[in-house]
Write a new protein. Structure first.
Length: 130
């Protein structure tokens, strides 16, 4: 079971070199973390069902878990340019299927419950759940 979860975790973040945010448009929501904590990386591993149900792709720009949820260099440049993450303040970002930056939370205020309830309230997600 642990091996299956690890494979799912890796596949949920896999991106090939040259990918851009627009490559995910209308297919995936992007869950991007800057300054990830070990606690958050463990939570991501336990939240795979919710992550997959909501078509989320996980990327960690910095902090713990960078190797488990890697961001290819070209993609990282685009994300950093768009989100302008502050190295001093760990953040969590959600980019919707429409490729717009939908939500951002400081790492301290973030929870998967908030993420899921925010996504589940979106019109596109409401249609997906029908």
């Amino acid at each position: 079971m642990k091996a299956i979860l690890s494979a799912l975790a890796l596949s949920s973040s896999m991106v090939f070199a040259g990918s851009s945010i627009s490559d995910f448009q209308w297919k995936n929501r992007l869950f991007i973390v800057s300054g990830a904590s070990e606690k958050l990386v463990k939570e991501i591993a336990t939240e795979q069902k919710g992550i997959m149900e909501r078509d989320l792709r996980v990327f960690i720009l910095s902090g713990e878990g960078e190797k488990k949820y890697p961001v290819p260099p070209e993609f990282a440049v685009e994300i950093k340019k768009r989100l302008s993450p502050n190295a001093e303040e760990p953040m969590v970002y959600l980019i919707g299927k429409d490729s717009r930056t939908t939500l951002r939370w400081s790492l301290e205020e973030f929870s998967f419950e908030k993420l899921y309830s925010s996504i589940d309230a979106m019109p596109m997600r409401q249609r997906e759940m029908r």
